[in-house]
Design a protein around this ligand. Structure first.
Ligand code: ADP
Ligand code: MG
Length: 308
């Protein structure tokens, strides 16, 4: 406990862990909720954020019903205060920023609303903020994923479709990062026409629009931007460690070859039929089935993140 207090004092802003992955149903929400409950149980002050703007369901998995919503934040007049919609949960040290109603205007907030949300998140008084994202590669989702700049979590399943979607999601996030860096120059235009970062770099090298010096500078900048992205992979629904390792290796290889991005393998979670049971009962599996191997997997990942 002492260690926790010392770290809380030393850290001024909370650590933010964004959980994405591209594909729906791979287990992002289950992972985010169970990790948050596990870390809160260890004594860290945790805030779970339901940033799945289209189809929020943290409350179902957590078994909580919040009386405030993210919509209230988006439509607060004047200075926005995210802290005012923070809700307590039945778990000690765990608070929740509930999702939106999913109605059209809140599912698609304006750019200023989105940046206000990201800014306010950073100012919350907490040790760890776990942000659960939408499926797909919508601009909002990409911007939330890039909130920490570099090291969001990609949840995948050991399945080609999931690995493929995670790769496309990562590519979209990297391209979005590059696009934001250059705003609306020729580089952003070239970006839209390429399927991989390597093709894009070739395109820059051959571009007649750019001077040689500019080509060199842009290439160096883009390589640095790609290297600064260090996503962390969690393989969910694996039958064993070997299967999980292969899935993580395949995604890492694609990311390295085509995007010059080097992901880190954070760990895996077993497939377990108790997970849907836990979801249906509204009790996270780390609480309802703490002895299962999958609960140990969550704890291992928390340890690897430094939350022990
Ligand atoms: N490790 C697992 N083993 C078995 N079923 C799982 C596992 N993880 C998730 N599920 C099931 O998959 C469903 C979808 O998971 P969810 O976390 O909602 O996905 P996402 O947030 O990525 O859309 C859950 O309702 C749960 O029943
Ligand atoms: Mg989800």
């Amino acid at each position: 406990m002492r260690l926790i207090e010392e770290r809380a004092v030393a850290r001024k802003t909370p650590e933010i862990l964004v959980v994405g992955g591209g594909k729906g149903g791979v287990g992002k929400t289950c992972f985010a909720v169970n990790l948050a409950v596990d870390v809160a149980h260890k004594g860290w002050r945790v805030i779970l954020v339901d940033a799945d703007l289209g189809c929020s369901n943290i409350e179902t998995v957590l078994g909580t019903r919040a009386e405030r919503r993210l919509d209230d934040f988006f439509y607060q007049k004047g200075g926005k205060q995210l802290a005012s919609i923070l809700c307590d949960t039945q778990y000690e040290n765990l608070r929740l920023i509930p999702g939106t109603t999913g109605l059209l205007d809140v599912a698609n907030p304006k750019y200023q609303q989105k940046t206000a949300l990201i800014r306010e998140l950073r100012s919350l008084d907490s040790d760890l903020i776990v942000v659960d994202l939408d499926a797909g590669a919508h601009l909002n989702t990409l911007d939330f994923f890039l909130m920490t700049d570099t090291n969001g979590v990609l949840v995948i399943n050991p399945e080609k479709t999931s690995i493929d979607n995670a790769f496309k999601f990562l590519r979209a996030a990297l391209f979005r990062k590059i696009e934001r860096f250059y705003r609306s120059t020729e580089v952003a235009l070239l970006l839209q026409r390429n399927e991989s970062l390597r093709d894009f770099l070739d395109c820059i090298a051959k571009s007649e629009l750019l001077e040689e010096e500019t080509q060199k500078q842009v290439t160096t900048e883009i390589v640095a931007l790609a290297r600064s992205v260090r996503p962390r992979i969690v393989v969910n629904r694996a039958r064993n460690q070997y299967e999980a390792q292969i899935a993580a290796n395949i995604l890492s290889k694609y990311a390295r070859q085509h995007l010059l991005v080097e992901p880190e393998n954070l760990g895996f979670l077993y497939y377990d039929k108790c997970v849907p049971e836990a979801v249906n009962s509204g009790t996270p599996f780390v609480v309802s089935f703490p002895k299962l191997k999958i609960a140990g997997c969550v704890s291992d990942i928390a340890n690897r993140l430094g939350y022990f």
